[in-house]
Design a protein around this ligand. Structure first.
Ligand code: ADP
Ligand code: MG
Length: 339
């Protein structure tokens, strides 16, 4: 027996005066999973989340949450919580008051409120800060208050829209782990919007990559990385992105294909022994390794990684090679063929 999806989108579309928001969004999300909606700015991530939340109504399609068709249901009837980039905290209320606000509105008795508050503050690491105002907290702490407020609601589904964008890189890493752990510990279903592929790849069980209002690929992080469905996915997922070559540059691939290759699959070889002679156009020291950017006619994004600090002067000629089994082959329209 297969368990039905906890969240189901079926052919969902949203337009404003004919202008596209999203179209043909069909997606099954299992209970207790962590799904990332990933893609560049304007691709329709927030629109999809707002449709799920009931903040927008679809022009086409159906939305089912926990077995109930909620396509036209009010936001308040959907039994979910939301966390936004902007935190949306009340500045004049304390941490504790912000966290229990929703429970108060729903007239949950005080003793129950206090008990739930203590638990929510504990799991978000905010104990001791309950009397502070948001203005007296760091960005990371404010985002934890927003998380605590979402958790205390006790809903099985939590929608998050770029919740970490206002935090600096180090804090982002820490809160990323916190959110992931919380999701696992509480067993809730999280749908998480981000434009940051590292964030999506490191947190999600399933990544949904979107472009121009359409889904490009749905899969585990490794599926998108090792078997990108098209050249857009190939270039969006992974750092550095996959390099793309016109097939005419290589022997035996015809001339209307695009060949993808990742930096870790490229080896530098002695002059005359490579498959491509390239020119170094930049060296970037990353810490554990140095990224050497290469140019070759008909290729974009070519680079190799050398261990440690290994700068190569711009203009140096380098021969590279790679194995056919590591090449990704796309057709003239950019769709994956094989490899
Ligand atoms: P993302 O969150 O991926 O950056 P959005 O879902 O916010 O993208 O936007 C998707 C598209 O829908 C964009 O072209 C955006 O301009 C458009 N859009 C979003 N909200 C509205 C709105 N309220 N009115 C008109 N167009 C909108
Ligand atoms: Mg958005």
């Amino acid at each position: 027996m297969t368990t039905p999806p906890f969240v189901k989108l079926d052919g969902v579309a949203k337009r404003w005066n004919g202008q596209l928001g999203v179209e043909g969004i069909t997606l099954d999300i299992p209970a207790g999973s962590f799904t990332a909606l990933l893609g560049p700015s304007g691709c329709g991530k927030s629109t999809t989340l707002r449709l799920l939340a009931g903040l927008e109504e679809p022009d086409e399609g159906r939305i089912v949450i926990d077995g109930k068709d909620v396509t036209t249901a009010a936001a308040s009837e959907r039994n979910l919580s939301m966390v936004f980039q902007s935190y949306a905290l009340f500045p004049h209320l304390s941490v504790a008051e912000n966290v229990v606000f929703g429970l108060k509105v729903r007239r949950v008795p005080k003793a129950e409120r206090q008990e739930k508050l203590a638990r929510a503050l504990e799991i978000t690491g905010l104990l001791g800060l309950e009397n502070r105002k948001p203005g007296e907290l760091s960005g990371g702490q404010r985002q934890r208050v927003a998380l605590a407020r979402a958790i205390i609601a006790g809903q099985k589904l939590c929608l998050m829209d770029e919740p970490l964008s206002n935090l600096d890189a180090k804090l982002r890493n820490a809160v990323r782990k916190d959110i992931k752990k919380l999701q696992r510990d509480l067993g809730i279903t999280v749908i998480y919007v981000t434009h940051d592929q590292t964030e999506a790849m490191s947190m999600a069980d399933t990544v949904v990559l979107m472009r121009d209002g359409h889904i490009q690929q749905v899969g585990a992080p490794d599926d998108l990385y090792s078997k990108p469905a098209n050249t857009f996915v190939a270039e969006f997922v992974g750092a550095p992105p996959m390099a793309l070559l016109q097939s005419s540059v290589l022997d035996g691939f015809g001339d209307d294909r695009t060949i993808g290759i990742r930096a870790e699959d490229i080896r530098i070889v002695p002059k005359g022994e490579g498959r491509l002679r390239c020119t170094v156009n930049e060296s970037e020291f990353l810490g554990a390794e140095t990224l050497i950017g290469l140019t070759h006619e008909g290729a974009s994004g070519l680079c190799v990684l050398k261990p440690g600090l290994s700068l190569v002067p711009e203009g140096t000629e380098i021969d590279i090679t790679f194995d056919d089994e590591n090449l990704h082959v796309f057709d003239a329209a950019g769709q994956r063929l094989a490899g």
